[in-house]
Design a protein around this ligand. Structure first.
Ligand SMILES: [Zn+2]
Length: 424
């Protein structure tokens, strides 16, 4: 077969916002779909949400407000090459991308080729629930981010300030939240993640009554190298997998219903940052410039499994933390700035809490002086001096007795001076 000649599709990302050409000081939200080729219902739902938002802009005040104040990204077809195998009906149950694992120049439909894109992200890549066997449906690829599809998603996630996201799959009628890379692991933001998963799930009716089930990802089965674990672990994004419907490719008669049923959850995700959230700008108290600082919340960031610390962004100094109602002690820290802790920050049900923080730069000061004879006042050359901040760095006084240390942060230090025939 000559499939590789035909399989060179672009991966599209579509942005819905006002001023789409600009990266604005607004939270970004993503909707991804079809990492797995045999799950085209995910593409349908993604496009349905996109269509709803653009169709109602200007008429529905909530949608209009969301579009104006957010940057909404749609990546509806993460795996376009695999998608073509399915829509051409070459292999309806193709799951992976089309990496030519055995390098024979053609796609082996019976197995052997392809990487599972949702095992290729660099969060606990190579762990449980992924396979090193190229024949496996969950083959993780030769290295983390080896696949162009997932390099593209990595670059998207790293280029915008995402706060929430959904990646659609099929099937099982579930709303999954991170982490998922091993059994019984808990995310530091577990409670807030679970609340949002619950809130979304209970708006999505199932095919046979009831609603979608919310659960931590590992409860379905542990899987490593997934979108959600990476987006959350690396960037702190509240990232969810929604497993649509009750089969990989639902009958045509169900498509419209599955799309409609999933709309409200998608909109709940979109508006999540508008309430029960802490946000603001972190700036340099002297210059007013944005500062990339860590935002540490006691009782959250010191719990659960490791994820990277939340940081304000480079462009605006903006940060977002999605929380639950309550009172929190929040610490802001950055290299070369004085750390600030603000206690009892209140988070409310109905709106954001805005907390702008100016960090005081820690000044570097020179340390200079002169060494003299204690009786005569005569300058002493070649005295040995050290400063307690860096006792290995030996400095000598010059012929006039003068010495200087490299600049240090403001503070209290001990100077140690020695000279021949003098007491230390
Ligand atoms: Zn899937």
């Amino acid at each position: 077969n000559s499939y590789y000649n035909d399989y060179n599709h672009e991966i599209w990302a579509m942005k819905v916002s006002d001023n789409v050409e600009e990266e604005e000081d607004e939270p970004s939200v993503f909707y991804m779909a079809e990492h797995h080729a045999r799950e085209p219902i995910s593409l349908e739902v993604n496009m349905y949400v996109l269509n709803h938002i653009i169709s109602n802009y200007g008429s529905d005040p909530t949608i209009t407000d969301e579009v104006n104040n957010k940057q909404i990204w749609f990546m509806p077809l993460v795996n376009p090459n695999g998608h073509k195998i399915v829509t051409d009906e070459v292999d309806l149950w193709w799951r992976k991308n089309i990496r030519d694992n055995n390098e024979n120049g053609s796609i082996n439909f019976g197995g052997g080729d392809g990487v599972d894109p949702n095992r290729n992200y660099a969060w606990n890549w190579g762990g449980e629930g992924s396979s090193g066997n190229t024949n496996s449906e969950t083959y993780r690829g030769p290295s983390a981010f080896s696949e162009p599809e997932i390099q593209a998603m990595r670059d998207m996630l790293g280029s915008h300030h995402f706060v929430t996201g959904i990646t659609y799959h099929s099937y099982s009628e579930l709303v999954l939240f991170p982490f998922g890379y091993a059994n019984n692991i808990q995310a530091p933001d577990h409670d807030a993640l679970e609340d949002l998963a619950n809130e979304m799930a209970f708006t999505i009716p199932g095919q046979s009554g009831g609603y979608y089930d919310p659960m931590p990802s590992y409860e379905l089965y542990p899987a490593s190298g997934t979108t959600d674990d990476y987006a959350y672990g690396e960037h702190g994004v509240f990232s969810f997998t929604i497993e649509l419907g009750t089969e990989f490719i639902p009958p045509a008669s169900q498509i419209e219903g599955i799309c409609e049923n999933n709309l409200e959850a998608a909109l709940i995700l979109l508006t999540r940052v508008n309430k029960k959230a802490l946000t603001g700008h972190i700036t340099d108290a002297e210059s007013g410039d944005p500062v990339v600082a860590e935002i540490y919340i006691d009782g959250i960031d010191n719990t659960g499994e490791f994820r990277k610390p939340y940081k304000s962004d480079l462009l605006f100094g903006r940060y977002y933390r999605l929380l639950q109602i309550g009172s929190y002690d929040v610490t802001f820290s950055a290299l070369d700035y004085e750390t600030q802790t603000i206690n009892n920050v209140s988070i409310s049900q109905l709106q954001q809490t805005v907390l702008n923080v100016e960090l005081e730069p820690i000044l570097m000061v020179p340390v200079t002086g002169q060494v003299t004879d204690g009786y005569t006042g005569v300058p002493l050359a070649q005295a040995h001096l050290t400063l307690s901040s860096d006792p290995d760095n030996l400095v000598y006084s010059d012929n006039s007795g003068y010495f200087s240390f490299p600049a240090v942060y403001e503070g209290t230090y001990i100077v140690h001076a020695e000279a021949e025939n003098y007491s230390t």
